[in-house]
Design a protein around this ligand. Structure first.
Ligand SMILES: [Zn+2]
Ligand SMILES: [Zn+2]
Length: 509
């Protein structure tokens, strides 16, 4: 997991709505709401000092947090970036951050990075985008979205892996509104923030539920200030109720009802999950049962993740299977509750209950599944969000690395996936163009599909051996699946920490 830091000098055209300046990624990644993070841990202090040494243009950076205004003149702006920061969960659920230093880039490299990767498609019936970085402040998600040619986007409203966060800064708020307006994003319809991984609204312990509820409510309040109407979150885990699903769902619903009463407009979207076992949202019935207990049905909906659904046993691959899945969703939950989607392929096979996102067409879903998705009239107008990896691979699927042996992150992947998905509307799946792309993408994903198939097979064999021991059989009977959950046994804390990531390599968002 890596942090990239770069200082980029660019020419910014101020007269364009759809071809804006490059990603304005500012300051530190943890300052997602534009305020300075006051975390006093030794590790963070040390890191911040290092940041100061490496960068020296604090005052110029302020340039970029202002709304993009129309005008004909060009100006030079220093844009400093820390992109796609990730963190690793420590044993205690705390965040251990890794630092990677990068040398200053050449003029050519800076100019190449500054160019928008794709021009947004105007007037398309689908609103396709990605979960972009909000490093440096929520307002930066807008320019990051424009940078990849997206017509919708997801973001984190604050650090998704810690409880304490500074409030939304007034400047970030104003700039977010300004950026959405100048770049023509309707944040009420096409922006879908993702909730914190720590929040488990189904946890019945009083202290734990209050902590989760406060963080959740805080996110909803941020949405309302930002003019955002859709908010997506993971329903939770039924461990604290000893696996009693309905009791956990009732607790989740009561928290949602409370949060709806404390706010006025934002619609809370339950995300379907891959894991199975005690993880709520692994079935359409879980979503139905939760919605049934919500007082104000206008304030609840679903964000359907295609990778999660496929891993949970819902197929999308053939037109018939796709129709059966969407019809089942409609019959069980109701299509009117479908308000957003996460458009991911799956590195893990069908019904494997593993949550591993793959690039479009490279996973076990395959390009045909995405052809079905983009041609479904019931999905038109919804925000369709990519949560796919940004790993650069060659045509055979080998990871590309730079001269220092570091993996290369390529945001062009999202730009290309958006264009690919848009282009498949109305496309003939027997055309040479489609077949060629289908073959190329499947080939690129082959090594990862094989790796996961082997891994799952080994795990299954290991599981069968373990199941012979009475103690382990008990764990299986409780329905706990996934690396962390299984190893944590009765440890509720660890089980909750696994809400977003069921193993270290799962890349769920
Ligand atoms: Zn998702
Ligand atoms: Zn998610």
């Amino acid at each position: 997991m890596a942090r990239k830091k770069a200082v980029v000098k660019v020419e910014v055209a101020e007269d364009s709505d759809l071809s804006p300046p490059p990603a304005g990624l500012l300051k530190e990644e943890s300052v997602v709401n534009g305020a300075v993070d006051e975390d006093k841990s030794a590790g963070r202090k040390k890191r911040k000092r290092t940041t100061k040494v490496e960068t020296k243009d604090e005052e110029v950076i302020e340039e970029d947090v202002k709304p993009i205004v129309k005008g004909k003149k060009r100006r030079k702006v220093e844009v400093k970036g820390i992109e796609n920061v990730a963190a690793e969960e420590g044993d205690e659920g705390d965040v251990v951050e890794k630092k990677v230093k990068r040398k200053r880039k050449t003029k050519e490299e800076k100019e190449a990075e500054a160019m928008p990767l794709a021009v947004r498609t105007v007037g398309h019936k689908l609103y396709i985008g990605a979960h972009v970085s909000s490093a440096g402040g929520v307002h930066n998600s807008v320019v990051n979205s424009v940078h990849i040619g997206a017509n919708a986007f997801a973001l984190f409203l604050k650090s998704q892996r810690k409880w304490a966060n500074p409030p939304l800064a007034a400047e970030a708020l104003t700039t977010f509104h300004g950026n959405c307006k100048s770049h023509l994003y309707d944040q009420a319809k096409h922006v879908v923030p993702h909730g914190s991984y720590l929040v488990n609204l189904a946890h019945i312990d009083k202290t734990r539920t209050e902590q989760a509820y406060d963080s959740f409510l805080d996110d909803l309040q941020r949405c309302e200030k930002l003019g955002i109407r859709l908010y997506n979150f993971h329903p939770g885990v039924a461990n604290s109720t000893g696996g009693d699903r309905q009791a956990a769902i009732a607790h989740l619903a009561s928290n949602l009802n409370r949060a709806h009463k404390a706010t006025s407009t934002v619609v809370t979207l339950l995300e379907n999950m891959a894991a199975g076992g005690n993880v709520l949202g692994s079935t359409f019935e879980d979503l139905r049962d939760t919605i049934a207990l919500i007082d104000d049905k206008g304030r609840v909906g679903v964000c359907l993740d295609t990778c999660h659904a496929f891993a949970a046993g819902y197929d999308f691959r053939t037109p018939e299977a796709f129709k059966a899945t969407v019809d089942k969703f409609d019959a069980t939950v109701g299509i009117k509750y479908l308000r957003a989607m996460h458009i991911n392929d799956s590195k893990a096979p069908f019904d494997s209950h593993r949550d591993l996102h793959a690039n479009v067409g490279t996973g076990f879903l395959g390009l045909r599944a995405f052809h079905n998705i983009v041609n479904e009239p019931r999905f038109q107008g919804l925000p369709l969000i990519l949560e796919t990896p940004l790993e650069s691979r060659d045509e055979n699927g080998a990871l590309l690395k730079d001269e220092k042996g570091k993996e290369i992150e390529d945001k062009g992947i999202w730009a290309r996936e958006i264009k690919l998905l848009e282009s498949m509307v109305g496309m003939d799946t027997e055309s040479e163009d489609f077949l060629k792309q289908e073959r190329a993408l499947a080939k690129r994903g082959e090594p990862e599909r094989k790796r996961l198939t082997d891994q799952i097979e080994k795990k299954r064999e290991k599981g069968e051996k373990k199941a012979k021991s009475p103690r382990k059989r008990q764990v299986v009977a409780n329905g706990k699946k996934g690396k962390k959950v299984e190893s944590s046994g009765e440890n509720d804390e660890a089980a909750d920490a696994s809400l977003g990531e069921l193993s270290n390599e799962d890349d769920e968002v």
